[in-house]
Write a protein that binds this ligand. Structure first.
Ligand code: GLY
Length: 359
């Protein structure tokens, strides 16, 4: 692991240098906390960062910030664009369902200026769990409401129930069900009239963990974040991932920064990664260093059944981090991923840092 870490550190640095050369990351990231605080006193531009499916979210959140919105309202208006999009099968309407074909949503939000947080988990039939999470924060003394209670809470606040399963996500779920086994009663298309069983291989329809995280720091340095998801596809009903858990799928400290995650929630839940990333930034690490440190810890803690033959994790996990001074970074275990950012000038996708080159 130690030798790998040296290589990986170099990879992170290479990406940073390229990003700085392209004007994508502040020089402060490489120059360290002293330069960062100089930049802070020189004034800030708002920054919004998100997962790769959040290009529309960062654009909307920045529009909101520029209109004077609170950063939490800004990021929630941003992710609502994705929750409402039936073509994103990882969030809200059209999200992939649990093993019974029912869409169950998780979300959390956190507001830096008040250090308040709210979340919902295993919420059915409501397309905007991010808005319900904000109401848990604003209208209750609780942080997390789940399942039937979350649905009743949402309906009490006027949310309308609807079937979140689109034809497209239902078809994907059906293909997953049909391909689980050659020995069950589910036939694949074409099999009924003499065609072969086809793939009949669970690996043919992989599980997915798609999610959107969106964090923002406004021109005053106030910070907020939100994470919202349909969670692990075809999950056991009632399974809750990292997204609604404060400290795992999202964490905000208004004096330091924010972090959020997408990817394998179980690995994140076992490491409270978003809290750890913010804590590493509190110690003076840049967002990219903080992400790298926590990714390396997750690798160390990965159980053997989840490792490839060469010892590396057989899953992916991605982190997004922004500091109070507007420095930002995103990092994943594996190369090839992108993230969305609005740096005050434009919404764009950038390459993520990574520990391992995709094999
Ligand atoms: N990170 C999303 C999930 O595991 O549910």
């Amino acid at each position: 692991m130690a030798a790998e870490s040296n290589v990986n550190r170099r990879t992170f640095i290479q990406v940073s240098t390229a990003a700085v050369a392209g004007g994508l990351v502040s020089q402060d990231v490489l120059a360290g906390p002293a330069a960062a605080s100089e930049r802070a006193s020189a004034g800030r531009r708002p920054v919004v960062i998100s997962s790769a499916n959040g290009l529309a979210a960062v654009a909307e959140a920045m529009r909101q910030l520029n209109s004077g919105a609170d950063p939490l309202d800004a990021v929630i208006e941003g992710v609502v664009k994705v929750e409402d999009d039936p073509n994103d099968t990882s969030v809200g309407l059209g999200g992939l369902p649990n093993e019974d074909g029912v869409v169950e949503l998780d979300a959390s939000c956190m507001h830096g200026p008040t250090h308040k947080a709210g979340g919902v988990a295993a919420l059915r039939n409501i397309r905007n769990p991010s808005k319900v999470a904000r109401l848990v924060m604003q209208r209750t003394d609780h942080v997390l409401i789940v399942g039937e209670g979350a649905l009743r809470f949402a309906k009490a606040h006027g949310f309308m129930e609807e079937n979140l399963l689109t034809d497209a996500s239902r078809e994907i779920w059906l293909r997953w069900k049909e391909s689980l086994s050659k020995d069950d009663d589910w036939l694949e298309p074409g099999e009924w009239n003499g065609g072969g069983k086809g793939a009949a291989n669970p690996a043919a329809i992989p599980f997915t963990y798609g999610t959107i995280n969106c964090c923002a720091v406004d021109a005053k340095g106030d910070i907020a974040g939100v994470t919202t998801t349909s969670g692990l596809s075809y999950k056991i009903p009632g399974r809750v991932g990292d997204s609604p858990i404060i400290g795992a799928g999202l964490y905000v400290d208004n004096k330091v920064g924010a972090a959020g995650s997408t990817g394998r929630g179980e690995a994140n839940l076992q490491n409270c990664s978003s809290f750890q990333i913010v804590d590493e930034m509190r110690r003076g690490n840049s967002p990219e260093e903080a992400c790298r440190i926590v990714l390396e810890r997750i690798v160390e803690h990965t159980e053997s059944r989840l490792r490839k033959k060469n010892g590396r994790p057989d899953y992916d996990l991605k982190f997004y981090a922004v500091s109070k001074t507007g420095e930002y970074a995103a990092a994943s275990l594996w190369s090839g991923a992108k993230f969305a950012v609005h740096d005050g000038a434009q919404a764009k996708l950038e390459d993520m840092h990574y520990l391992y080159k995709a094999e």
